[in-house]
Ligand binder design. Structure first.
Ligand code: FPP
Length: 246
């Protein structure tokens, strides 16, 4: 069984945590509730996670709230998620602003209603000056869409396609790549989340359903991360040599 090590130094903390918030539907089903009740509870869990990231000094939190593929869900679930987003933003933006949270919404705007688009733009504009935590809510987002739209931008501008230019055109170019990607709900797959950006991320899979993901489980993920050796393609001895030289 996994025994977490204590997080010993702030350097062992991820700067950027990304989360696939999976399990809302099952949480609701277990309680004989409609799926939307699970998403509402998932929304509460997201609020709690923002507080935890602020407390733990994490600089960037990126969550997968609505994927390019989620349009295929029942129409009432799709409209319920849109509603949750719009009402949630209306309610939370002033407080998030006070807490120093900057909000960004990586994802495709096409296909979203005018109301959703303007809510996203307002929240973005109202929090743009904040610098304690960047909260990326990926909405109508897909990793493949992101790579394609970045390549299209470069082609339109006649720019050479290199790793740097492509990275710079992606919808998460404003933040470093995620150090830690968490997926809740017991599944172990990436589901078209940050395909490019997670090339060297550490992964933590939790059996907890997203609405049940709490401070203790988050700290378990952080402790697990702190115990990993990130080699970025090198070998341990090279890493040791470079940290001795530093
Ligand atoms: C995946 O669980 C979750 C989603 C598709 C939606 C995530 C939304 C929230 C956490 C609420 C916050 C919402 C906004 C709009 C900010 P699932 O429904 O696939 O769960 P299941 O695998 O148990 O069915």
């Amino acid at each position: 069984m996994f025994k977490p090590k204590a997080v010993k130094s702030p350097a062992a903390m991820p700067r950027h945590v990304a989360i696939v918030m999976d399990g809302n539907g099952r949480w609701a089903k277990k309680r004989f509730l409609p799926r939307l009740a699970g998403h509402r509870q998932g929304y509460e869990s997201l609020r709690r996670m923002v507080e935890l990231c602020l407390q733990r000094g994490i600089a960037v939190l990126t969550v997968f709230a609505f994927s390019s593929e989620n349009w295929k869900r029942p129409v009432e679930e799709v409209s319920g998620l849109m509603d949750l987003l719009v009402k949630g933003l209306m309610r939370e933006v002033p407080k998030l602003g006070e807490q120093g949270v900057r909000m960004e919404f990586p994802g495709e705007r096409q296909g979203l209603s005018e109301l959703v688009r303007s809510s996203l733009e307002q929240a973005r504009a109202q929090t743009a000056h904040n610098d304690k935590l960047v909260l990326n809510i990926c909405f109508n987002y897909g990793g493949r869409w992101d790579i394609v739209q970045a390549a299209q931008q470069l082609a339109l501008r006649g720019e050479a396609i290199t790793e740097d230019s492509l990275s710079g055109a992606l919808s998460l170019a404003h933040v470093p790549d995620p150090d830690l990607v968490i997926r809740t709900g017991g599944e172990q797959r990436i589901s078209n989340f940050l395909l490019w950006q997670s090339a060297y991320s550490e992964f933590f899979f939790s059996d907890k359903l997203w609405p049940d993901f709490d401070a203790a489980e988050f700290d378990r993920a952080l402790a697990c991360y702190a115990g990993r050796e990130r080699r970025f393609g090198l070998i341990s001895e090279q890493l040791a040599a470079s940290s001795d030289a530093a």
